[in-house]
Design a binder for this molecule. Structure first.
Ligand SMILES: NC(=O)C1=CN([C@@H]2O[C@H](COP(=O)(O)OP(=O)(O)OC[C@H]3O[C@@H](n4cnc5c(N)ncnc54)[C@H](OP(=O)(O)O)[C@@H]3O)[C@@H](O)[C@H]2O)C=CC1
Ligand SMILES: CC(=O)N[C@@H](CCC(=O)OP(=O)(O)O)C(=O)O
Length: 347
């Protein structure tokens, strides 16, 4: 089989590392280029000693990649930088397809983007063109796209749990609490992510202001046909990878908890990576660690008329690099699950 030649930009970060891991196991991918910024010029093994057994290119810079030989790009770059670099890629003749993991192309409305990200978007035409890459919900558009904006890790879990339910709940009354492992914050040095400050502690952050709210509101609002607001509070927990999202919803239109379970069961019956657990079984990060799977369940709340919908994913796989490969598969007409079949690591 003729392999698809990929470049991974931001290959020295955490999502870049998991993309390398997944791409090495993908039968249709050849890793043709890796790029970094400060670590450019280093060998892949100098940056990632756990890839001793792999044949990998050295870390280049974005501009020194042999672009005409590249079929697909995975952008694992910080937001802001990502839109500048991706705009330059699309200025080239016959550009490759791009799967962007950053937040830069997720929000449709330029004013909403500027309000939440603190600066106007630098590539408005591409922003309008990009397809939102929540694979299970937008597969047809993803398959036709040349630029896919992969969702944030929290929106991935929250939207997989809630999008099928919008007609059975009050979409204006959604409360989302989330827990994330520290890799969610990336590999760059931040005081709040030091072992000494993360270990034996849990803290909420971005309270009332986290930039994943407009992303969730955009997708849920589209599904509900209404402008809406969600309440979302993330927490950083002392764990490397994994994410758990607990949503509290008001039942609506006569729906019961059993109806919510039936909606999720039907919606994801054929989805290779999204699983409604048996009644009463609580989703846990250990059920998905290192895998592209998402586990979901619905529970009655003690407050009448309310329900809890809980989802667990691995932020570095279904929450970023795995979902990016899933989208790549659709964009290149490959089976959706190709290269992603690994079972979770347990314990
Ligand atoms: N971590 C997660 O769980 C998730 C992350 N994302 C998003 O994916 C993207 C990557 O995240 P993550 O891997 O965690 O980030 P990291 O901070 O771990 O890595 C960032 C990477 O980008 C490179 N880089 C930084 N600035 C530039 C630049 N100006 N030009 C070229 N390369 C640059 C870095 O190179 P160097 O090391 O050489 O400085 C590094 O390889 C981010 O937008 C993030 O928000 C999305 C979902 C989940
Ligand atoms: C623990 C932690 O810090 N998580 C990150 C979200 C990771 C993610 O999905 O980031 P992007 O939207 O930038 O792609 C945060 O809260 O900003």
């Amino acid at each position: 089989m003729q392999k698809i030649r990929i470049a991974i930009l931001g290959a020295s970060g955490y999502t870049g590392a998991d993309l390398i891991r997944l791409a090495l196991a993908h039968p249709a991918i050849e890793i043709a280029a890796l790029a970094a910024e400060r670590k450019a010029g280093q060998s892949a093994q100098a940056v990632w000693p756990h890839f001793q057994a792999a044949q990998l290119p050295d870390m280049a810079t974005v501009d020194t990649i042999d672009w005409p030989t590249i079929d697909a790009v995975f952008g694992c770059l910080p937001h802001g930088a990502s839109q500048q670099i991706i705009a330059r890629i699309f200025d080239r003749p016959a550009p490759p397809k791009v799967i962007d993991l950053s937040a830069d192309f997720r929000l449709r409305d330029p004013e909403t983007y500027a309000a939440w990200y603190g600066a106007p978007h630098a590539a408005l035409t591409l922003q309008a063109e990009a397809v939102y890459g929540l694979t299970e919900h937008f597969a047809e558009d993803i398959a036709q796209a040349r630029l896919v904006a992969c969702p944030g890790c929290y929106p991935t879990a929250a939207l997989l749990a809630l999008l099928p339910l919008v007609q059975a709940i009050d979409p204006q009354r959604i409360v989302i609490n989330a827990l994330s492992g520290v890799t969610g914050a990336g590999r760059s040095l931040k005081e709040t992510n030091l072992f000494t400050e993360v270990a034996e502690a849990v803290h909420p952050y971005g309270i009332g202001s986290h930039r994943h709210m407009p992303e969730m509101e955009q997708a849920l609002g589209d599904a509900a046909g209404a402008v809406l607001r969600v309440s979302f509070t993330p927490h950083l927990i002392p764990m490397n990878r994994g994410e758990l999202v607990t949503t509290s919803v008001d039942l609506a239109n006569g729906a019961t908890v059993a109806d919510l379970r039936a909606l999720l069961a039907t919606r994801y019956a054929d989805a290779p990576f999204v699983h409604l657990l048996p009644e009463g079984v609580a989703p846990a990060t250990r059920m998905v660690r290192g895998s592209n799977h998402c586990v979901l369940n619905v529970f009655p709340d003690r407050i009448p008329g309310r329900a809890l919908v809980i989802a667990a994913i691995d932020n570095l796989v279904k929450g970023s690099s795995g979902q990016a490969i899933q989208n790549f598969n659709l964009m290149f007409g490959l089976p959706e699950a190709m290269g992603l079949e690994q079972a979770p690591l347990f314990p």
